[in-house]
Design a protein around this ligand. Structure first.
Ligand SMILES: [Mg+2]
Length: 180
């Protein structure tokens, strides 16, 4: 089964928390200061550090897609600010040049991510709501709530093993029909 593995950015690939602290972009109520982030401009997003666990995951996935022509890597990120969209695009160009343009989905709000994803996409996202919405909307889709590289890869391995089993069943079924 052909599938895209779609990666979230903040909290998966990128370390948003570090950057928020670095620029003191936090309000007294503990929420992100989006106005300040917007004022800093695209560099707030384009200069973000890798999330260490996300970087490990990304490198492992690059190897996986090399070995498996049925898989493609993509990114689905949500940001409502124009500067954020620009900065994130720059980050991807600098850090993930392996990802093809058609596999990059830009969304205003995380909860709308599922609208932009394909039926068979595997979404890896640190936000459980985004994953749940995608999986509920598309019966063949799969989702992984990201916490760390190792558990995401174990979960992915299980999904791909299921796919192989399903493909094998379909093949056996086709053969059975041929001989019928
Ligand atoms: Mg996130």
């Amino acid at each position: 089964m052909k599938r895209r593995i779609m990666l979230d950015m903040d909290g998966v690939l990128c370390n948003l928390d570090w950057q928020v602290k670095n620029f003191h972009a936090i309000k007294d109520n503990g929420k992100c200061d989006w106005k300040l982030m917007d004022k800093i401009g695209p560099q707030f997003w384009s200069n973000m550090k890798w999330n260490e666990e996300g970087h490990k995951l990304y490198n492992a996935l690059l190897e996986l897609v090399k070995e498996n022509p049925d898989l493609e890597l993509g990114i689905a990120y949500a940001i409502f600010l124009h500067n954020g969209k620009k900065g994130k695009r720059e980050w991807i160009a600098a850090n993930c040049p392996e990802i093809q343009m058609q596999n990059i989905e830009i969304i205003n709000k995380g909860i709308d991510k599922w609208h932009f994803l394909q039926e068979s996409d595997i979404l890896i996202d640190d936000n459980k709501d985004n994953v749940d919405l995608h999986v509920k909307a598309h019966p063949d889709s799969r989702g992984i709530v990201f916490t760390d590289s190792k558990s995401a890869l174990v979960r992915l391995d299980m999904i791909l093993a299921d796919d192989r089993e399903f493909d094998k069943l379909c093949e056996d079924h086709d053969k059975m029909l041929e001989n019928y």
